[in-house]
Ligand binder design. Structure first.
Ligand SMILES: [Zn+2]
Length: 491
């Protein structure tokens, strides 16, 4: 096994070189696995506080305060489903209908941190936060309202993160999380109703069954629909119980993919339905989404509180008149795009410049096509992006791996390895740059960019799988040749 054009070498030297390449292939496969684990681990780290999405400060003159504020968050309810709920729609028709862009990532705790804290995910650095904020940040609205009350159906870490004066259920009640717990089946809705009916100036109710059904069965499942219908029925009881003069926000924090999952910036996941009821303008203003930071501003006004100094939310009329679509989303800079394009162009040139490379290259198209066909769009909302080994993606990419193994085994060489892997290696490097991986190496900046982060994870998986495939194919060829040689020696 020698590179074409290489000087003649002895069989033992060729075997030595093949062994080195073989070890490098295994090392590369392991490196892809380890780098991807590191990448995904970094998603969940808090970042440094960042710049606001626009430089202008919002007008300081506050809107009118409300006698009481009631917020109902229907976790995981897609806008398309919310528009079908009869109670919510009836209520909304008598109030103000809005579409709200929750920003990125579309993950429950960070999205609520925007609602209560007024800064975008990138501004606060709370981007893909799953763990409870302990202690809750003191500048969150609930921490600034004496007697604020929250009631959550499950996932207590979220509701205990924002400084409500009273929270149900308490952190100590582990029993509530189990499906079918008495809290979920008998206590929650009644406790929420009681809190809503109380004189508390701020009551928050966090419904989670819709999100749970989305994860377990998908956003287009009957279970998801049933959970949304449950929430809609509760909403009727809760609206009936509200104190006079209360201002209500009924909204979601993100939607769900039809097959379940959320986290990335797809419009159908990122833009949710929000209804404001009581003592506010009425009408349907959902044609252009406002930002969740704008909703925070409205909430702060209703509670008679000033937003924190760097909160970018605008008064509603201004937010509606100047919607600034997608301006809260992080995006790669011009330098990152240029570097990524150069890397991809170089990989494409290597692949297209020789007949041998063109013979091998279809494997990557085949792998990518079958991954997309099996798992759907590659985004952080797709659960296939996260598992430790990426087995689902590897399995889906296997038709390409089979092609690669056969094409490579016919003419195995170190040069063929380079030619076969140039494109996936280039794509992995390009997506890593677009996802902000270089910045995350030297400062606390999670590599989270819409789409690019998910593609980076999948590129690592497929490239690692290809390296392992070539190593296996090469070992099989060597074994076969050894067998043939032994047979010849015996014969
Ligand atoms: Zn969820």
């Amino acid at each position: 096994m020698t590179d074409s054009g290489a000087p003649a070498v002895t069989p033992s030297a060729a075997r030595g070189r093949a062994a080195i390449v073989w070890l490098l292939l295994l090392l590369g496969a392991w490196g892809c696995y380890a780098a991807r684990r590191e990448l995904i681990g970094r998603f969940f780290r808090d970042g440094q506080p960042g710049a606001p999405p626009w430089p202008e400060r919002a007008a300081r003159a506050p809107g009118p305060a409300a006698a009481a504020v009631r917020v109902v968050l229907l976790d995981g309810l897609s806008r398309a489903h919310a528009l079908q709920l009869p109670v919510l729609s009836r209520a909304c028709a008598g109030g103000l209908e809005l579409a709200v862009d929750v920003g990125f990532p579309t993950v429950s705790l960070p999205v609520q941190a925007v609602l209560w804290g007024g800064r975008t995910q990138q501004q606060s650095g709370l981007q893909y936060r799953i763990a409870r904020l302990d202690p809750p940040p003191p500048d969150m609205l609930p921490a600034r309202v004496a007697g604020s009350v929250a009631v959550a159906e499950s996932h207590r870490d979220i509701v205990h993160s924002f400084g409500f004066a009273q929270v149900q259920p308490p952190l100590a009640r582990d029993d509530i999380e189990a499906a079918g717990s008495s809290w979920r089946t008998h206590e929650f809705a009644a406790a929420a109703r009681e809190a809503i009916a109380s004189a508390a100036p701020l009551v928050f109710v966090h419904v989670l069954r819709i999100d749970e059904a989305g994860h377990a069965h998908g956003g287009d499942s009957p279970q998801y629909e049933a959970a949304a219908a449950d929430a809609d029925a509760w909403l009727q009881q809760w609206l009936d119980a509200g104190p006079p003069g209360a201002r209500w926000w009924v909204l979601a924090d993100h939607g769900h993919r039809p097959r379940g999952g959320h986290g990335d910036a797809e419009p159908e996941i990122r833009i949710v339905r929000a209804c404001v009821l009581g003592g506010t303008a009425t009408g349907d203003r959902s044609a252009t989404p406002i930002h969740l930071v704008d909703v925070h501003r409205e909430l702060a006004d209703a509670l008679g509180l000033a937003p924190v100094d760097d909160a970018p939310g605008r008064p509603l009329a201004q937010a509606l008149a100047d919607p600034r679509p997608e301006q809260t989303l992080p995006r790669p800079g011009g330098g990152a795009w240029a570097l990524a394009a150069c890397l991809l162009a170089a990989a494409a040139w290597v692949t297209l410049a020789s007949a041998a490379a063109r013979r091998l290259a279809p494997w990557s198209v085949l792998s990518l096509g079958s991954v997309l066909a099996v798992h759907g769009a590659i985004t952080l909302s797709n659960p296939a992006v996260y598992p430790p080994l990426g087995a689902g993606v590897l399995l889906a990419a296997s038709p390409g791996f089979v092609y690669l193994a056969i094409a490579f085994a016919r003419r195995p060489s170190a040069r063929a390895v380079v030619l076969a892997l140039a494109l996936p290696l280039g794509a992995t490097a390009a997506t890593a740059i677009l996802a902000g991986v270089p910045a995350s190496l030297w400062r606390p900046a999670p590599p989270l960019v819409p789409r690019a982060s998910a593609w980076c994870s999948v590129c690592f998986t497929v490239t690692g799988g290809a390296l392992a495939t070539v190593a296996l194919a090469w070992a099989a060829v060597a074994a076969w040749r050894g067998l043939q040689a032994a047979r010849r020696a015996r014969g």
